[in-house]
Ligand binder design. Structure first.
Ligand code: C2E
Ligand code: MG
Ligand code: MG
Ligand code: MG
Length: 276
């Protein structure tokens, strides 16, 4: 009967919600120890020069290498950690690991490679942010210019003048900012001239919209032209095909980060690419 099926459905959703609640509770119980035990690992995804294929940088992306559950991707835990505040500690850990790796590569005689890290929205109003960053680069003797800070575009919806002040203070120390997920948010193009950034990352949403491909292309082309004119580097994120990478190149974008070139990989594998 209908009543039976409704009750079955309710029971199903009820158990689904309970399962999710359990997962959240488990992650919250385990996160602190997981950090101490080194279960959070930094993966690196190279940024490539589209025409030569050369690696010109990388992004640090965190994973939770759970002893029972295996490798957990950030979309499973970042939203939770942004809610409960743990992201502040986790981000700092990722920045530390990233600078440690950069030091290691330089000691091995490698060239200097800029690496970007993600900075959670929780962190940007932290009055200690600048000194935290300075402490880490000093600890590993890494030039501040090599650590790029990715901020997601949606941060810039509110309170931008305070934000620009904080960013300028950090930029004055040599750090560089990158505007992540560009094109998905609600900001206007004028953000490009107002925000103190040296790079934008075009979100892969742009390339995965089959219906509005031509519309998207026109917009992408304008963004690339404007950025180039303003001296802002454009990185295309989530490039999965040769065709798209060629189109981007034609439109004036010369850097890509995406599965067509490389997936995010453990540091050991990234080092093999660097020192091959
Ligand atoms: P994001 O910063 O925009 O990172 C890019 C995401 O796109 C990564 O997902 C990467 O694996 C994925 N990606 C790259 N190329 C391709 C492609 O060609 N195809 C497809 N389908 N995907 C591609 P990931 O590693 O799962 O990270 C997801 C998000 O989690 C990141 O998006 C970032 O917002 C957040 N995140 C990751 N690590 C950290 C961290 O240490 N701190 C903070 N606050 N957020 C992080
Ligand atoms: Mg990012
Ligand atoms: Mg991105
Ligand atoms: Mg993204």
């Amino acid at each position: 009967t209908i009543k039976d099926s409704i009750l079955t459905n309710v029971a199903f959703y009820d158990s689904k919600i309970r399962k999710q609640e359990n997962e959240v509770r488990e992650m919250e119980d385990e996160m602190e120890d997981a950090l101490l035990n080194g279960e959070f690992v930094v993966y690196l995804q190279p940024k490539h020069n589209i025409s030569t294929g050369a690696i010109i940088g990388a992004e640090s992306l965190v994973r939770w290498n759970h002893p029972q559950k295996g490798l957990i991707l950030p979309n499973k835990f970042i939203p939770l950690f942004e809610n409960n505040g743990f992201i502040v500690k986790l981000d700092e850990y990722v920045w530390d690991e990233t600078c440690k790796l950069m030091r290691k590569w330089m000691d091995k005689g490698g060239r200097e490679i800029p690496v970007s890290v993600n900075v959670s929205r929780m962190h940007i109003y932290d009055s200690e942010l600048c000194s935290k960053l300075l402490n880490i680069t000093k600890k590993y003797n890494v030039r501040n210019e090599l650590l790029e800070l990715e901020l997601t575009e949606s941060i810039f919806i509110e309170n931008t003048s305070v934000l620009f002040e904080i960013m300028n203070q950090i930029m004055n120390q040599g750090f560089r900012f990158s505007l992540d997920d560009f094109g998905t948010g609600y900001s206007s193009l004028s953000i490009l001239k107002d925000v103190p950034i040296s790079e934008i990352k075009l979100d892969r949403e742009f390339f995965n919209e089959p219906g509005s491909r031509t519309d998207s292309k026109i917009i992408i082309k304008h963004i690339i032209e404007m950025s180039n004119a303003l001296g802002i580097t454009v990185v295309a994120e989530g490039v999965e095909t040769k065709k798209i990478s060629e189109e981007l190149l034609e439109m004036g974008c010369s850097i890509a980060q995406g599965f067509y070139f490389s997936k995010p990989m453990p540091a050991k594998e990234f080092e093999k690419l660097l020192f091959h």
